[in-house]
Design a protein around this ligand. Structure first.
Ligand code: BV8
Length: 250
């Protein structure tokens, strides 16, 4: 585990970043591991899975409505902003893949973002292919039905535009990440893979470090504590991303 103290953003550096719930912790958004309240009384897989939604759609909407409310009231932190500055410096040699659904990267000013697990602020029909739409409603008391594909006696329920456990990620998202890493590798430039605020538990996101290593990337992990896959990284900077990302990238 190397302990170099910064990531050089040179003319030939390509930076692929993966973030998880830990980068939003300092903005006051609870992570999955140290979450409290609603999450403690429910396993995430129960309220973040199609089976959970089929079993109790109102509970699932309460879980997401609660998070919509919470996320609307918080601000990006210095870690989000350091990633915006890195993107401004590298341009199309920068890509940010996030597991987070709280929208804070976009609110901080990041543009080259792949929201691998969807977003809290969009809703879609669980049956028809109407496009997902912006939605801030919290649906505490009634599960919304789709007005478009309504058939007599069979109401299709609206659902959060989130990738639940057991659901496929959008192939277009995964292709965009792969194409970026391959372009970096074939450009003769230096590919750096930086993961921040993620416990490395959830796949396929947790496997990105291995794909990056196969392409010869230098690999960094910024995390408050060792992650599931810490040993897959050449460098591990332990501590809060709000401090370490500016220190490493500026
Ligand atoms: C799929 C939306 C299947 C919900 C989420 C291979 C092996 C094993 C299992 C699987 C596998 N392939 C698939 C699976 C199953 C499953 C999975 O990985 N399960 C795990 C639990 C074992 N994966 C899936 O189901 C995925 N689907 O692969 O498709 C398939 C295949 C073929 C055909 C059909 C289907 C879908 C995964 C997406 C699930 N949805 N999110 C929601 O958010 O409500 S995942 C959810 O977990 C969030 O995205 C969240 O980001 C993520 C949790 O991970 P982290 O982000 O890392 O958050 P966590 O709290 O765990 O860690 C935070 C870290 O930050 C901690 O380490 C902490 O120390 C650190 N930290 C805290 N504060 C700070 C900090 N660090 C720095 N600074 C700080 N201030």
């Amino acid at each position: 585990m190397g302990t170099a103290d910064r990531i050089a953003l040179d003319e030939d550096t390509w930076l692929l970043v993966l973030t998880g719930a830990g980068v939003s912790a300092e903005s006051g958004v609870p992570t999955f591991r140290d979450s409290n309240g609603l999450w403690e009384s429910h396993r995430v897989e129960d309220v973040a899975s199609p089976e959970g939604f089929a079993r109790d759609p109102l509970l699932v909407w309460r879980f997401y409505g609660e998070r919509r409310k919470a996320a609307a009231g918080v601000e990006p932190n210095e870690g989000h902003r350091a990633l915006v500055r890195a993107e401004k410096k590298l341009g199309d040699r920068f890509l940010l893949a996030t597991q987070n659904v709280d929208g804070l990267h976009t609110r901080a000013g990041s543009e080259r973002v792949v929201e691998m697990h969807g977003t809290l602020f969009k809703t879609r029909c669980s049956r028809c292919d109407r496009p997902p739409f912006e939605d801030q409603d919290t649906y505490e008391n009634a599960v919304p039905g789709c007005g478009k594909c309504q058939r007599p006696g069979s109401t299709a329920l609206l659902r959060p535009h989130i990738v639940w456990f057991g659901e496929m990620l959008d192939p277009a998202d995964l292709h965009r990440i792969e194409r970026f890493a391959q372009s970096a590798a074939s450009s003769g430039g230096k590919l750096v893979f930086l993961a921040a605020g993620t416990s490395g538990n959830v796949f396929p996101a947790a496997g990105l470090v291995d794909a990056a290593r196969k392409l010869g990337a230098d690999t960094w992990l910024v995390n408050a504590e060792p992650a599931e896959n810490t040993r897959r990284f050449a460098h591990f900077a332990r501590g809060p991303s709000g401090t370490l990302l500016p220190a490493l990238l500026d």
